[in-house]
Design a protein around this ligand. Sequence first.
Ligand code: 16G
Ligand code: ZN
Length: 533
Amino acid sequence: ELPLEALQNLADLHPKPTNLHFQYGTAGFRTLGNTMDSVMFRVGVLAGLRSKKLDGKTIGVMVTASHNLEPDNGVKLVDPRGEMLEAAWEVHATTLANAPTTAAFIDALSTVVKNAKIDLSKPARVVYARDTRPSGPALVAALEDGFKAIGASARDAGVTTTPVLHYLVRAINTKGTKNEYGDDSEEGYMQKLSSAFKKLVAGKAATPPLVIDCANGVGAQAAVKLSEYLGDSLKLILHNTATTTPGALNNACGADFVKTSQKLPPSLASVLNPGQRACSLDGDADRLMYFHLDDRGLFHMLDGDKIAALVAAFIVELVKAAGLEEEIHVGVVQTAYANGASTKYLSERLPVTCVPTGVKHLHHAAERYDIGVYFEANGHGTVLFSPETTEKLNTHQPSTPAQSTALGHLVNLTQLINQTVGDALSDMLLVEVVLTHKSYSGIEWDSLYHDLPNRLVKVVVANRNVFKTEDAERRLVSPPGLQQKIDELVRRYESGRAFVRPSGTEDVVRVYAEATTRTQADDLAFRVGGLVY
Ligand code: 16G
Ligand code: ZN
């Protein structure tokens, strides 16, 4: 039985605004924070149901709007192994969020309980956290009312990063099992990452200090803590740590600013010396972008594609050095936004798959490899080791000292990498490990391949739903005839490539183009944009 009285009384405190429609999209619910009270309450209830459905396993709830500006907020659910919510439940979330009244909400709940065959007598457990947004505390209070209404036992993880919340979910659900992921606390996370990092760089010359742009977000707090755990093994110089300054979050800083504007955050202009490595986190610290200035003061960005190239090549070498190349196959997953030069570089070394935009697509495709490296160009990504591979790495008997060393590094990588989701801090340590092992500066890393100049533009159209794609979003099937016109245009540009896809997060159509020169890439993007409009 649903606890009708509690549901009714508490739901009445969180009425749905009449004229708004909410949608659980690729990044959960995300919109203006001050419109999300009812959404939060209802997500709280749904999280409890999800836990009951999964026999009382702990479900995660993260309150964040990532790289969006400060007035926005959002919420997403995390499944027991620390991965994104199962797709079928995204639909339940949308239905519940849009029920116009308390009565309609309770009806919709009953339908979910019936259709998903939920045993309401099971326990419900959740763990939740939020980022530093000012709207966070009030939204969390609404969420807690939701937990209370469904009788879930809820653990408050406070203010922390999205990847830490994912880590906690997996750590809690594996506690006491042979797959224990780590101690279920933020300290446990810091401890796990930093000790793996220290083992991986032991005996090597430390890389010079790394400048971090913390986007004035929650990553700043996490980076301060991580820095203490790292000690002398890696010096971090933190900037944009103003988490309480109104309007500062993601404003002219952060990973999304760097990627979309392809510029240095102005706040770092007087900080960075030529050649010095720096990186940007986004507002919830699950995206990472590296960059540096060259001797002429020109800005060079090392995005998710460059990270994938660096990391995948390194892992392939270690697998070979460990004598496991026949048994362990490494693959890379990208999206259509991956720079053509990165795809070329990677395809010459290992299998590469292209999937539609959105972390869940990349994550699932990467699970099909023994070791799957996935990164979106925007800096979100991680490396997944299949359970069999992890087992093999932990039990394999090396036949030479060199094999033993390589094997040890691979085992430590399984500890260093947050395999639940993209994690800016874990990915940053991973990059630093490779740079240390290779004795690469940022400049040498950057020269692995040269990005083709590219341009991304958004086009506002009457109805973006008429744009339908195939082949991992690289080709349009609708509107009819448009793809042929794009093909004709692209043929006129050297190394030209362009595609058009409807955004999953904004009411626009996105056009991406690349070519051998900046002018040509811009020209191609604007011409394709003209066809779409
Ligand atoms: C969401 C996705 C991100 C993707 C972006 C594309 C998740 C957690 N996040 O932020 O991976 O790159 O959407 O946005 O899946 P777009 O559809 O508006 O281009
Ligand atoms: Zn993010």
